[in-house]
Design a protein around this ligand. Sequence first.
Ligand SMILES: [Zn+2]
Length: 365
Amino acid sequence: MKRYVIFLTLIITATTPGNCQEKIDSLMPVRGFCISAPRPAELESFITFIKEELAPRKVNTLILRVDFNFRFESHPELSDSIALSNGEVKKLVKVCRDARIKIIPQINLLGHQSWAGRTGNLLRVYPQFDETPRVKMPEKYVWPNPDKLYCKSYCPLHPAVHDIVFDLVDELCDVFEAGAFHAGMDEVFYIGEDQCPRCSGRDKAELFAGEVTLIRNHLALKNRRLWIWGDRLIDGKTTGMGEWEASFNNTYRAVDMIPKDVMICDWHYEKAEQSAVFFAMKGLSVVTCPYNNKASAMAQVNDMVRFRASSSEVMSGRFSGIVQTVWSGAGQFIDNYYGRKKERGENSTVNCFRAVFNEISRLEK
Ligand SMILES: [Zn+2]
């Protein structure tokens, strides 16, 4: 009986088109693309891009940085003035479902609550959540600056902050019909500040891990998985990776404190750092994230395949794939992609995107 089932299975898998899908799924399970969610006016061209460019390249994961670009019913006070409606999001959901692409919506939690001289919606509407209310937003932003202001953070120990942000997280996951949520959590420079009445004196790694765990547990109630950027979990001094793609502010010990089912997005844009191995050896699943450097991105694709092939069976599956990141808006990227605007230099995001997926396709063959 068992032999008969195996025989039948062989016939079916050998004759269905799903077979080649399975090959690429075992080579590179996550084939991701991360970009800002389109503004309403950019929606149609973005949908065309999904159909004509992402789907044929077998992209299966789309991380959409939504933040406040949605008309939230739970907190309309936090929505951008021009934001995606429920119906517009459903168009994205449909086109991605048809193309077998999973959407993972993102809101930046903890850090990235301001950008340059502009405060983000959460702290603008609820300034009481600000970890550093003493730091005033500058007229003209420059880096470095005396306040070491890169981006504002919310205070993870403020008793009211999670009631609000979890409403947003739940609403966004519901409308996107998402099984995973990306909370950002990169480049958190302000955490456990001495002047914060709740956080002062606390261990920054414990604060960071506490926030990750709280968000993870909230998502787990609805069987949703948390994805985050990995930089706060790497020791920037010992590794020489610096204070951006790794941590100089003592958060890195959190790597041993967070739940093991959090997916780590390990971004390195200049070099194919080998830190995916570090995360996998800690028991965490990891995707490597290139940006605009074609040579290092191609090395990252090949590293990921090699890590999967040369690791123990236990660890191999944690090397989950590649996510190409784009840091311009969706509209601008698409204009660059179709040559309506010119992205300068060899190291363009468009070139990198093409190179990453060409390389995956080449390795598949
Ligand atoms: Zn605080």
